[in-house]
Design a protein around this ligand. Structure first.
Ligand SMILES: C[S@@+](CC[C@H](N)C(=O)[O-])C[C@H]1O[C@@H](n2cnc3c(N)ncnc32)[C@H](O)[C@@H]1O
Length: 425
């Protein structure tokens, strides 16, 4: 027998599409588990996995991709803090804002959400984050809250001094942040996954859907839709944007944050216009045109609130502080002024010389605009200047994956692993 039976089993169990990580990764995991179980026969091992939930879990642990780091795609966290402080808090004088990080991996994402909110002055008593992952191993790491260098990437690490203490085993996150997050072991695709409806104001579901095939992506998004409150906001990964727009979400209009607002049913029934797919939504995960994708720019703006620029001072405590000119270019991009952001970036690089971070930002802007060839070109320029530029490596890997180049993506992921120092236990 071949490995296809294992690929099917993993797809059923956790949604994993073998193409996304490459069949070789699954073969490797199966071989390693067979040898740990002292079995030579694949059919016997398949029976063992089918008969034992704990062996299935161990196999799942062997194939998950737990890659994550603090403030990954940091614009999402700035946007979260803005939404919470300027939109949610003034309209909710009482009560607790509920957030979900799914999948949370080893905790860097939900803890970054907590740090962003606390840093923006959002009281800890007014928000609670649930964090979910299918891997028990990463959750143990998350609860221990001790992190090595691999979790701290890029140059904007002020938050580390503020919220962590250095120990012999790595940086230990303080209680004030830890107590904001509750970890749960669960499978997004399980029929009994987080029962109930409209539990969360904000959901982060980033860098999971890319591992699913289209049908599984649709199922997953339906679960997220059920869990998100009306007008709640869903943050997804840079490569997953096209999918949302075929599921009654509109862009929250915060470029580079990859945030989408749930449309309420009333708005959906009112708006019925002919279908055309706006160019900004071009993506290999291209949705079939629906009422939502058919909305004109103006109609979209009416549905999704455009977030105001940060009040001076209100967000100064935000932990991510880019260099001065990068900050200006990023701020322009965040306000949707993409052409100006590009111009500012290009002008600064003309004056100060080319910069990997500048090319990375240009790549990101092209990426979000759906211009994948140009995005790839910019990421490659960043990597020419700095072959270990982790953000560019990761984004280019996702981009190649989207374009069907799983092998090329794998090569880049290997470079990410080599470039980033090993994570502390
Ligand atoms: C690449 S990490 C993403 C972590 C974080 N959201 C981020 O963007 O940095 C993917 C995570 O998805 C988890 N995962 C995979 N399939 C899952 C499922 N069906 N349900 C819940 N978590 C899942 C894996 O265990 C892994 O930790």
């Amino acid at each position: 027998m071949g490995y296809a039976a294992f690929e099917n089993l993993l797809k059923q169990a956790m949604g994993l599409d073998a193409v996304s990580i490459g069949s070789a990764a699954i073969e490797h995991a199966v071989q390693a588990r067979m040898s740990a179980c002292k079995l030579n026969d694949m059919a016997a091992y398949l029976d063992a996995v089918r008969a034992s939930p704990s062996e299935l879990q161990t196999l799942i642990e062997a194939v998950v991709v737990p890659e994550t780091w603090f403030f990954r795609d940091r614009e999402a966290f700035s946007a979260l803090a803005r939404m919470a402080a300027e939109e949610w808090l003034p309209t909710h004088p009482h009560g607790v804002m509920r957030l979900l990080s799914l999948p949370c991996s080893s905790g860097e994402e939900p803890y970054s959400m907590a740090m962003a909110l606390l840093g923006a002055g959002f009281p800890g008593s007014r928000f609670q984050i649930d964090a979910v992952d299918i891997s028990a191993r990463v959750l143990t790491h998350a609860r221990r809250a001790v992190y090595g260098k691999n979790s701290f990437r890029g140059n904007h690490l002020d938050f580390r001094d503020r919220y962590f203490s250095a120990t012999a085993h790595g940086h230990h996150l303080g209680d004030a942040v830890q107590r904001q997050v509750l970890f749960h072991h669960a499978n997004l695709l399980a029929p009994d996954f987080l029962p109930g409806e409209e539990r969360y104001d904000i959901i982060f579901c980033r860098n999971l859907l890319i591992y699913f095939d289209r049908a599984t992506q649709d199922n997953a998004v339906r679960v997220l839709q059920r869990l998100l409150k009306a007008k709640g906001v869903l943050f997804i990964g840079p490569s997953e944007t096209g999918l949302m727009l075929s599921h009654d979400f509109v862009s929250a209009k915060v470029p580079l944050a990859f945030a989408f607002r749930k449309i309420d049913v009333a708005a959906r029934t009112v708006l019925r216009v002919p279908a055309t797919v706006p160019p900004a939504i071009r993506s290999p995960i291209r949705p079939a045109p629906t009422v939502v994708t058919a909305l004109s720019q103006k109609q979209r703006q009416g549905l999704g609130k455009v977030f105001a620029a940060p009040r001076p001072g209100a967000l100064q405590a935000l932990l991510v502080k880019p260099d001065a000119w990068m900050a200006e270019a990023s701020a322009l991009a965040d306000q949707g002024r993409l052409a100006e952001a590009v111009k500012s970036c290009e002008e600064q690089m003309r004056r100060q010389g080319p910069s990997p971070q500048g090319f990375y930002l240009l790549g990101l802007i092209r990426d979000v605009g759906g211009n994948l060839p140009e995005a790839a070109q910019h990421y490659r320029k960043a990597l020419y200047l700095d072959p270990n530029h982790l953000d560019s490596l990761s984004h280019l890997a996702f981009l190649l994956e989207k374009q069907g180049d799983a092998k090329g993506a794998q090569v880049l992921r290997d470079r990410v692993r080599r470039a980033a120092p090993m994570r502390a236990p």
